[in-house]
Design a protein around this ligand. Structure first.
Ligand SMILES: NC(=O)c1ccc[n+]([C@@H]2O[C@H](COP(=O)([O-])OP(=O)(O)OC[C@H]3O[C@@H](n4cnc5c(N)ncnc54)[C@H](O)[C@@H]3O)[C@@H](O)[C@H]2O)c1
Ligand SMILES: OC[C@H](O)C(O)[C@@H](O)CO
Ligand SMILES: [Zn+2]
Ligand SMILES: [Zn+2]
Length: 383
């Protein structure tokens, strides 16, 4: 467990039999300063929960969470109860890990923050112990004792009053809104991918999938000087959105049922040749294979998407073309860079928020985020 943490906020709590947690009854109107949150459970229900307003312990900061984006992973935990074999919803669990907020109160020993400071909240809190190899070498996203808020059994940051360790908050300049601060979380994922992919100025680049992760990857690849950039999706509406976001991008609609080689032929035509780097943001086997067949000899397929545990890929094609395949898991050391790029105007996240809800309507927000017919890109809950 992280030092200085208050066991309460990290330990799982069974909502129903814990007197300080209660599920709000449908239609109940909580008071304007109630500490409400959106929780999901193993029965795939999602509801508002009222929790106590915590007091900051040593090294902690109490925040008023002002903006939280709903991630595909939040929806996945709610509707499927798990991600992979290790992240399983076995109890009521609070959602949200894309948050930004305002400092309300600081605990003993906290000197870098004061009331009113505006921050982005880094949801993955590693152990930071010298004895931990991954924390010691800076790849703290691999920390075996990480508390990643909203990944079961840890409750998320989608709440009104959230307690966080002071050193895992990042200052937001006044020029960066809470909306943008919240979006720095998916941006951190993309920036980690771009950094580890080795993307260089002028590299022909493919991005598979035009969801929030594909779109922040598009914005990041453009800022990093990739050219040309091709982006794919199954829905023309998402490709149209990508085109508005980055007018120079080339879009390729992937017809349902087309083979990876047929899709790759369309991509290579749009890119005027095979790409140097393919950033895969769907996790779907056919799309990963499309990325492989679209990549030049000596290129790289960099996979951010998550999907089925076992997947087939064209082994000999990769071998005979010396194509590297890498993966990204969350992020480490990316928040300061994300905030600099947004503050400096190199990455404009604002258009990504398409739907906004007040905290009291968080359940309705989840239903919109989960329904592709609503056309949402990023649904945000604001308070
Ligand atoms: N590696 C990490 O740490 C990390 C962090 C956040 C999200 N993710 C994962 O990244 C992926 C994308 O996240 P998101 O929020 O953008 O999800 P999303 O579902 O909103 O977007 C995925 C997009 O891919 C498109 N798509 C599906 N199959 C396709 C295909 N065969 N060809 C082209 N496009 C296809 C969908 O139409 C959709 O627009 C998800 O798997 C998510 O779990 C990974
Ligand atoms: O943005 C972070 C990702 O959504 C999470 O790691 C999720 O995949 C599991 O917690
Ligand atoms: Zn996420
Ligand atoms: Zn660690």
């Amino acid at each position: 467990m992280p030092d200085g943490g208050n066991a309460d906020i990290y330990s799982p709590r069974k909502v129903l039999d814990d007197p300080i947690f209660r599920i709000l009854s449908p239609g109940e109107k909580p008071s304007s300063d109630a500490n409400i949150a959106a929780f999901y459970n193993p029965q795939h229900e999602i509801h508002l929960v009222e929790k106590p307003r915590p007091k900051p312990g040593p090294g902690q900061v109490l925040l008023h969470v002002r903006a939280t984006g709903i991630c595909g992973s939040d929806v996945h935990f709610w509707q499927h109860g798990r991600i992979g074999d290790s992240m399983i919803v076995t109890d009521e669990c609070g959602s949200g890990h894309e948050s930004a907020g305002e400092v309300v109160e600081v605990g003993e020993g906290v000197t870098q923050w004061k009331k009113g400071d505006r921050v982005a909240i880094e949801a993955g809190v590693p152990c930071s112990k010298p004895s931990c190899e991954y924390c010691r070498i800076g790849r703290y996203n691999a920390c075996p004792d990480v508390v990643f808020f909203s990944t079961p059994p840890f409750h998320g940051t989608l709440t009104r009053w959230h307690l966080h360790p002071a050193e895992w908050l990042h200052r937001l300049p006044d020029s960066v809104s809470f909306e943008e601060g919240s979006l720095c979380e998916p941006l951190a994922v993309a920036l980690a991918g771009i950094e580890r992919s080795g993307l260089r100025l002028g590299d022909p680049t493919l991005i598979c999938g035009a969801g929030p992760i594909g779109l922040v990857s598009l914005l990041s690849a453009r800022a990093a000087g990739a050219e040309p950039i091709v982006i794919t999706d199954l829905f023309q509406s998402r490709l149209d959105f990508a085109k508005k976001l980055v007018p120079g991008v080339r879009t390729v609609l992937i017809p349902r049922g087309s083979t990876p080689k047929e899709s790759a032929a369309k991509i290579k035509a749009a890119a005027e040749g095979p790409v140097k780097l393919a950033i895969e943001c769907t996790g779907v086997e056919s799309s990963v294979n499309t990325a492989v067949f679209s990549t030049a000899f000596g290129g790289k397929v960099f996979i951010i998407g998550v999907g089925k545990n076992e997947q087939l890929f064209p082994f000999m094609h990769l071998s005979a073309n010396e194509i590297d395949v890498s993966f990204q898991y969350r992020y480490a050391n990316q928040y300061p860079k994300a905030i600099r790029l947004v503050a400096g105007g190199l990455i404009n996240l604002k258009p990504l928020v398409t739907h906004r809800f007040p905290l009291e309507e968080a359940v309705a927000a989840f239903h919109v985020a989960a329904d592709p017919s609503q056309g949402a890109i990023k649904v945000q809950i604001q308070d």
